[in-house]
Write a new protein. Structure first.
Length: 202
């Protein structure tokens, strides 16, 4: 039986459940049991009917909720591949590193243009790193200790999946100097990122 999972931390109530079940009914789905995974935060709605129709019916029904519609039989996933910046951690590492160099606005502008598709990844990375030339390498450790924090729930998600045997991979368009300690802290089995080239300046 398909399941629609609704997640809306600390704002979930019965009215949101009712709205979701009405949306499913309107799509020709027959709603079954509703189970709270955690009261006020997440609930499962079991239903029969077309999964695509259910997804379309629930798309955008509640802007403050995340919604997952999937077959009940393949619910437990065995692979997690996640981005790092602004996903598993709360910041964009290169932007924060640039703040120590006094050029955060310039770097952040390039980051935003890349996220909007105006620059490809290689162009954006090259442009940002070139602006960081001459920055003391010690600023990486300073940035890690002062600004890099796990996103709420990240460690629980990764370690829970790992506990039931899932393989977890952290990926980043940034650098291993950040990805390695973040992966170790949160509990990822492996990480993939760029290797930053450093030169000593006399």
């Amino acid at each position: 039986m398909p399941i629609a999972t609704l997640i809306a931390a600390d704002i979930f109530d019965g009215d949101m459940i009712s709205a979701a079940t009405q949306s499913l009914d309107s799509a020709g789905c027959s709603v079954g049991d509703v189970t709270w995974l955690e009261p006020g935060k997440a609930a499962d709605i079991n239903f029969t009917g077309d999964i695509t129709a259910a997804r379309n019916a629930l798309n955008g029904y509640e802007s403050d909720a995340d919604i997952f519609v999937q077959p009940g039989g393949n619910r437990r996933k065995m692979l997690l591949v996640s981005d790092m910046d602004s996903t598993m951690i709360t910041v964009e590492c290169i932007d924060e590193l640039a703040d120590y160099a006094g050029i955060k606005p310039q770097i952040a502008e390039i980051t935003e243009r890349a996220m909007q598709g105006e620059l490809d990844f290689t162009q954006a990375l090259t442009a940002r790193v070139s602006l960081l030339a001459g920055l003391d390498i010690a600023m990486i450790d300073k940035c890690l200790s002062e600004r890099v924090r796990p996103m709420a729930g990240a460690e629980i998600l990764v370690k829970t999946m790992a506990a039931w045997g899932a393989h977890t991979v952290l990926v980043s368009g940034g650098f291993t100097h950040f990805a390695r300690p973040v992966a170790n802290k949160i509990g990822f089995a492996e990480y993939e990122a760029n290797i930053l080239s450093m030169e000593m300046v006399s």
